[in-house]
Design a protein around this ligand. Structure first.
Ligand code: FAD
Length: 497
C-alpha cells in the first residue's frame, strides 16, 4: 500500500530475488517483492497460461507490436509477425549492439528459459567469481541451490530410445566422431513428466515445443520451487505489474522506493511510494544495472562507487545450425528441453548445448547454443539527453565467440562432410551473433559491492542477482546465480539483521 513501511523490499522475482525472499522469510523477516511483469497464474481463452513457441500471441512479448524471435528466419523466410502490445512474458530488449532476452513476470527468467541447470566445472570457478571461496561454494551453496531448484538429469536408458531426443543422439554421434567430450546437461524439467508426455498419458509441454514463452506443465520454474516455499512461510507478498523507478535515502533512515503500477499495455496507472529498511536489487543484470546507473547519475544514490555499470558480459552466447545429410534426420518432434552438450571449454573456449529446433517437421538440422569464453566486457552509462541508460556493447565483439564455436563446428563439418545452415538468422547468415540469453554483470561482486553484495556507499542496499557476476559463468548461469545468492543471503542474515 502507498505510504507503507516494510522491513525488506525486493526488486524482481527471478533467481536472486526468490532466494533472498525465502531465506529472509525463514529467518522471520517480512518481505515485499515488486515485479514489473505479470503474475502468470491465470489461463487465457485457450485454457492455457502460456502461449506455444510455434504460435506466439499477445502473451509472448513484453510491450512489442511485432515478435522478435531469436531464430528470425526459416528457409530464408522471415517468420516474425504482428502481435498486440501487451505485458507479455519475453522481453527482447534492444541495447544498441545486442538484443538481450529476459523473462518478465513472477519467476523472472525461470518462466522462459530452457531450465538447463549447470554447475561450472570446479577448475573453471576461479575465473567465474575470483573473490569467492570455491570450497564453500562446492560443498555448501551449489548443493543447496541444486536441491532448491529441483535439478536432475535425463534417465540415460530412456534417452537412448526416446524419439524426442533423436536430435541429441545425432549431436552426440557427430561430437564423438570428431573427438569431443559429450556430456549430459541437468535440467529443472520434471523428467518423469516428460516420459509420460512421450507415452501420451499427460498433456504435453516439452513435447509440444513449449519454450521461450512459458511452459504449461513440466518445467519447475521458480513459481513451483523457491517462490512456492517463500509464499508458504506467510511472510512474503508479491506485487506483479509494479515497476520500481527510484530508490533514495529516506529522512529518518531506510529508503524511499518509488513504484509505478502498470496496466497490460505498459502504461503507468498509479505511482506509489513506500519506505523500506533494506532494499535488495534483484531486477536481473540489465534491470539492476539500469536502475543503479540512473540513480547514481541523477543523484538519488550519490554514494554508489564508479564500478556501478561496469563489467557486463553476454556469457559468450552465439548460435548456429548445421545441415545434416538425409541419412541423419533429427526428428519431427523434438523435446524443447535440451539435455546434452559438447564440452570444448579447455581446448577451444566453447561449451555448446545441443539445442532443439522444435518446428514440428523434419529439418535435417542440428542446432546449437554455444557459451564461449568471450573476453569483451561492456559498460552501462546514463544518457542525460534521452533520459535512458545505454550499453556500449559492439556487434563485432561477438567475433571471439564465433571463433571459439568454430573450434567445434568447423571440425564436425569437416569430419561429417556437412555445412552450416545459412537460413536461420537471415538470408545467408550463419551465426546468431546478435543476441544473448545470459546477461551478467553491471554491479560486480567485490567491486560495486562488498564480497557479499552490500552496495558500497549506502548501508541497507544489496545486489543479489546476475548483476554480481562479471560477465561469464562458463556454462548456463542460473545455478551459479542461485548458489551465490544462497551464500550471500546467509552472510547478510547472520551479520546485518
Ligand atoms: P531475472 O531472472 O532476470 O529476474 C529479474 C526480474 O526482475 C524479472 O522478473 C524482471 O521482470 C524484474 N524487474 C526488472 N526490473 C524491474 C523493476 N524496475 N521493477 C520491478 N521488477 C523488475 N539460464 C540457465 O542457466 N539455463 C538455461 O537453460 C537458460 N535458458 C534461457 C533461455 C532464455 C530464452 C532466456 C531469456 C534466458 C535463459 N537463461 C538460462 C538465463 C537465465 O534465465 C537468467 O540468467 C536468470 O533468469 C537471471 O536471474 P536473475 O535473478 O539475475 O534475474
Amino acid at each position: 500500500e502507498p505510504g507503507a513501511h516494510v522491513p525488506v523490499l525486493v526488486i524482481g522475482t527471478g533467481y536472486g530475488g526468490s532466494v533472498a525472499a525465502l531465506r529472509l522469510a525463514q529467518a522471520g523477516v517480512d518481505v515485499h517483492m515488486v515485479e514489473m511483469g505479470m503474475a502468470w497464474d491465470t489461463p487465457g481463452s485457450d485454457g492455457k497460461i502460456f502461449a506455444n513457441t510455434t504460435s506466439p500471441d499477445y502473451r509472448s512479448y513484453w510491450l512489442r507490436t511485432r515478435t522478435k524471435q531469436p531464430l528470425s528466419n526459416f528457409l530464408g523466410f522471415p517468420i516474425d509477425k504482428d502481435v498486440p502490445r501487451y505485458t507479455g512474458i519475453l522481453d527482447a530488449e534492444e541495447m544498441g549492439g545486442i538484443i538481450v532476452y529476459q523473462g518478465r513476470g513472477v519467476g523472472g527468467g525461470s518462466l522462459v528459459n530452457g531450465g538447463m541447470a549447470v554447475t561450472p566445472k570446479r577448475e573453471n570457478f576461479g575465473a567465474v567469481l575470483p573473490s569467492v571461496d570455491a570450497d564453500e561454494m562446492y560443498s555448501v551453496y551449489y548443493p543447496r541451490a541444486n536441491a532448491g531448484l529441483g535439478v536432475a538429469t535425463v534417465d540415460p536408458t530412456w534417452f537412448e530410445t526416446a524419439d524426442c531426443y533423436q536430435y541429441a543422439r545425432v549431436g552426440r554421434k557427430h561430437a564423438q566422431r570428431s573427438g569431443f567430450p559429450f556430456v549430459f546437461v541437468p535440467d529443472v524439467y520434471d523428467w518423469d513428466y516428460m516420459e509420460q508426455e512421450a507415452a501420451g498419458t499427460v498433456p504435453k509441454s516439452a513435447l509440444a515445443g513449449e519454450i521461450l514463452y512459458g511452459n504449461n506443465y513440466g518445467k519447475k520454474s521458480l513459481q513451483k520451487t523457491y517462490l512456492a516455499q517463500a509464499r508458504a512461510t506467510g511472510r512474503v507478498t508479491i506485487s506483479p505489474l509494479h515497476k520500481v523507478t527510484s530508490v533514495a535515502p529516506a529522512t529518518g533512515g531506510g529508503y524511499t522506493v518509488v513504484i509505478e503500477q502498470l496496466d497490460t499495455v505498459g502504461s503507468a496507472t498509479a505511482t506509489k511510494t513506500v519506505t523500506a529498511d533494506r532494499v535488495f536489487f534483484a531486477a536481473g543484470s540489465v534491470g539492476t544495472s539500469k536502475l543503479l546507473v540512473k540513480l547514481k547519475a541523477t543523484g538519488a544514490l550519490p554514494g554508489l562507487n564508479s564500478e556501478v555499470g561496469k563489467g557486463w558480459g553476454d556469457n559468450g552466447n552465439v548460435m548456429c545450425g548445421r545441415a545434416n545429410h538425409l541419412w541423419d534426420p533429427t526428428g519431427a518432434v523434438q523435446s524443447s528441453i535440451p539435455c546434452s552438450g559438447i564440452d570444448n571449454w579447455a581446448a577451444g573456449g566453447a561449451f555448446a548445448e545441443v539445442a532443439p529446433l522444435p518446428t514440428g517437421i523434419e529439418t535435417f538440422a542440428s542446432f546449437y547454443l554455444s557459451i564461449t569464453k568471450n573476453p569483451n566486457r561492456a559498460q552501462f552509462s546514463w544518457n542525460a539527453a534521452t533520459g535512458k541508460v545505454d550499453l556500449n556493447w559492439q556487434t563485432a565483439w561477438k567475433q571471439p565467440s564465433i571463433d571459439m564455436a568454430k573450434t567445434i563446428f568447423d571440425k564436425i563439418n569437416a569430419k561429417e562432410g556437412t555445412i552450416y545452415r545459412t537460413d536461420l538468422f537471415g538470408v545467408y547468415k550463419i551465426w546468431g551473433d546478435h543476441l544473448t540469453y545470459h546477461p551478467l554483470g553491471g554491479a560486480v561482486l567485490n567491486k560495486a559491492t562488498d564480497n557479499y553484495g552490500r552496495l558500497h556507499g549506502h548501508p541497507g542496499l544489496y545486489v543479489i542477482d546476475g548483476a554480481l557476476i562479471p560477465g561469464n559463468t562458463s556454462v548456463n548461469p542460473f545455478v551459479t546465480i542461485t548458489a551465490l545468492a544462497e551464500r550471500n543471503i546467509e552472510a547478510i542474515i547472520a551479520a546485518d539483521l
